[in-house]
Design a protein around this ligand. Structure first.
Ligand code: ZN
Length: 481
């Protein structure tokens, strides 16, 4: 007789590393213990004796039309707290994540004040995130001119890797690295086996381009040309070749850079590449003048460019898709009369990244399992989280029920992130998240109609991480009851 489990979730389609198949996923102690035939009898223990925190049913069968997915791991989120909490904060950002089926977010080291460039900055982040986060949260550190030589301290304290800019970041407290500093950072990070993430736009190419001003989207696009990305990526490739550091190209927009990335991979260099839902969803031709909700850096380029990004995802040149959720206040985003030179650059899409990418993928005949491969399995692998991003025996039971064929129109005022601005407002998207489980505990469920969306109380944050040198999550796989 099989041992009793905390919970079993049955679905006609469960996404495992082998693809979609009917199954019954059993969970004990926050961990997936088995994937059984869908109708297999399973004995569950009373909820009070279990490690679950929700008081819900222990034997769950998803309604027809819903599939069971691993929770998304979003490795590119700007939470901005502390310091710019009026832009975004841990409570609102992680709630948006939970509603969007994202069970783990890794926070970027800017635009909080202070930035996560010191151990003290990391401690402040953890103190801010711990009491108010609804999902697992981890932190990237930053590599800036002023902290080179001390990066091992941040690494030992549990950051997942180090983000650097080559061009101005947009905030004064997070300066860019020069070419020499990029090499120094690469050598330093390589010495302890860390990871270097780069916002790759070349400042010389940006300076040579006509500056963005006024309401014209074409004008904004011309101010951040593809060569700026390509040239910066050449510098990163050079730094990898010379220092051996593992590097990651953040938010690739310019398809023109793909051939050099393919060549670098063929050379065996340890480089990974990311793109974002907005580059895969929107094309420059459709963006109205003055629509600064669409402003981000690097910019959304034309439809032909987008087609090449999809090809690169399909052939593996681009490894993963992360949201680059980067909000500001509505005033900073929209308050300049549609002037692309003055508006804040950043798109708020954390809650919508799965339906947005799925909508575009589905239209091209690309399967949902590929989408999860880019947004869950690959991002978990990239961040070094072997228990995340997959449904298999021994993995964390961070799970999502999803209705791939349901469609909805985005109403930005109904989204959970702090400032109601998003490039996706008004878009009709396919695919709705119905429920989110964190370590087997139900933390979010939509109303039966799909209309009244309700948040379910999440368990309290668990103890601080005990294994910092590998990137450390605030919420461990099995929360203490
Ligand atoms: Zn970013």
């Amino acid at each position: 007789m099989r041992e009793r489990v905390d919970r079993v979730i049955r679905a006609e389609a469960v996404l495992t590393p082998a693809g979609f198949a009917p199954g019954a996923v059993t969970i004990t102690g926050g961990i997936v213990t088995a994937i059984l035939p869908v109708d297999e009898p399973v004995e569950t223990r009373p909820i009070a004796e279990s490690g679950l925190h929700d008081g819900g049913a222990t034997d769950i069968r998803l309604p027809k039309g819903l599939v069971l997915l691993p929770g998304l791991v979003d490795t590119h989120v700007h939470v901005n707290e502390p310091g710019r909490t009026d832009w975004e904060g841990f409570a609102s950002a992680t709630r948006a994540a939970m509603f969007g089926g994202v069970t783990t977010v890794i926070d970027m080291p800017l635009n909080s004040i202070p930035p996560t460039t010191t151990v003290r900055g990391l401690e402040l982040k953890r103190a801010a995130a711990g009491p108010q986060s609804s999902v697992n949260v981890g932190f990237w550190g930053g590599a800036v001119p002023g902290n080179l030589g001390t990066l091992h301290e941040l690494h030992a304290a549990g950051v997942f890797g180090f983000k650097a800019f080559l061009s101005p970041s947009g905030v004064d407290e997070f300066p860019a690295l020069s070419s020499a500093e990029l090499l120094a950072a690469g050598a330093e990070i390589a010495a302890f086996g860390g990871l270097l993430l780069v916002h790759a736009e070349d400042p010389a190419e940006l300076d040579a381009a006509p500056p963005a001003h006024g309401r014209s989207y074409a004008g904004f696009l011309a101010s951040r040309p593809p060569q700026a990305e390509a040239s910066a990526i050449d510098r990163v490739i050079d730094a990898v070749r010379r220092t051996g550091v593992r590097a990651h190209i953040l938010h690739l927009s310019a398809a023109a850079a793909l051939p050099r990335l393919r060549a670098a991979r063929a050379e065996g260099l340890p480089i990974t590449v990311e793109t974002c839902p907005h580059y895969l969803s929107f094309a420059a031709e459709q963006i109205p003048d003055g629509a600064t909700a669409f402003k981000c850096c690097p910019p959304i380029r034309d439809a032909a460019n987008q087609e090449l990004l999809w090809e690169a995802l399909l052939d593996g040149t681009i490894d993963l898709v992360a949201s680059d959720h980067s909000p500001a206040t509505a005033e900073l985003k929209l308050g300049h009369g549609g002037d692309f030179g003055l508006a804040w650059g950043g798109i708020s899409g954390l809650e919508l990244s799965l339906p947005a990418v799925w909508t575009a993928a589905r239209a091209s005949g690309i399967g949902l399992e590929r989408v999860l491969g880019w947004m869950s399995a690959a991002t978990a692998r990239f961040a070094g989280l072997p228990g995340k991003g997959t449904i298999r025996q021994g993995a964390d039971a961070d799970l999502v029920s999803f209705a791939p064929e349901e469609s909805f129109t985005v109403d930005v005022s109904a989204l959970q992130h702090k400032n109601p601005v998003s490039a996706f407002d008004g878009a009709t998207l396919r695919g709705r998240v119905h429920s989110t489980w964190l370590a087997g505990t139900l933390v979010h469920e939509t109303g039966p109609s799909g209309a009244g969306v309700t948040g379910v109380t999440s368990p309290a944050a668990s103890a601080p991480p005990e294994d910092p040198p590998r990137g450390a999550l605030l919420r461990r796989p099995a929360p203490t009851p």
